[in-house]
Design a protein around this ligand. Structure first.
Ligand code: SAM
Length: 200
């Protein structure tokens, strides 16, 4: 395991997360793909169960090198935009040629544009984006819009992360269409729950 993966889930603020992911960007994809990274394909498969119009624009939030965008593209989605705090990650994802646009985003900022679907695959986690990201992304969705995302085992153990989702559900501002626990990084025995949540 690289030093990056060993340190990935340690608490850090947004400035440190940006530096961390900038440094990991050149080797991130090869490393986690070799470990069987399963969340992108699981999120794409879950999404296709609830979205029939594959032309619905997707914002791939925290797109990284583009593994989730690639999974959505392979599932047939046609309009995928990406944002990330890490310029070096965006440089990697631009090589995939599957994004309509790729933009840097400041930590905690509301995304521009209107999207019927927002994804955050492997993004909301200790060491990356905070649980309050759920609020930012849910507010950015229109009524009926869908958020597809994963909470890895570290996020699931952190009430600051799961609590933000529960708040939306408990007050009936959103509804969980799909939640399934399964493999995240199988070679590391790490799992995640994949969610599809609809905004009321
Ligand atoms: C583990 S990677 C996941 C990348 C991609 N979604 C995937 O599934 O491979 C986490 C990504 O989230 C980005 N990130 C971390 N904090 C963020 C924030 N506050 N806002 C937006 N992106 C963030 C990182 O730069 C990194 O690209």
């Amino acid at each position: 395991m690289s030093t990056f993966l060993e340190q990935a889930f340690l608490e850090r603020d947004a400035a440190a997360a940006r530096v961390f992911y900038d440094e990991w960007a050149p080797t991130y994809e090869a490393e986690i793909t070799a470990l069987g990274y399963a969340a992108p394909a699981r999120c794409a498969a879950a999404l296709t169960e609830y979205v029939t119009d594959l032309d619905t624009p997707i914002l791939d939030f925290g797109c990284g090198t583009g593994l989730a965008g690639q999974a959505f593209n392979e599932a047939g989605f046609t309009h995928i935009d990406g944002v990330d705090i890490s310029p070096a990650m965006l440089e990697q994802s631009s090589k995939k040629g599957i994004y309509r646009s790729l933009q840097p985003i400041a930590a905690g900022a509301a995304p521009d544009g209107k999207y019927g679907i927002i994804s955050a695959v492997g993004v909301i986690s200790p060491g990356a984006a905070p649980g309050t990201t759920i609020d930012v992304l849910m507010h950015a969705l229109p009524k009926g819009g869908k958020l597809v995302f994963s909470f890895n085992d570290h996020a699931l153990a952190d009430p600051l992360q799961t609590g933000r989702l529960n708040e939306w559900i408990d007050c009936s501002a959103a509804y969980v269409l799909f939640a399934e626990h399964g493999p995240h990084l199988p070679a590391q025995n790490m799992n995640s729950t994949v969610y599809v949540v609809e905004k009321y």
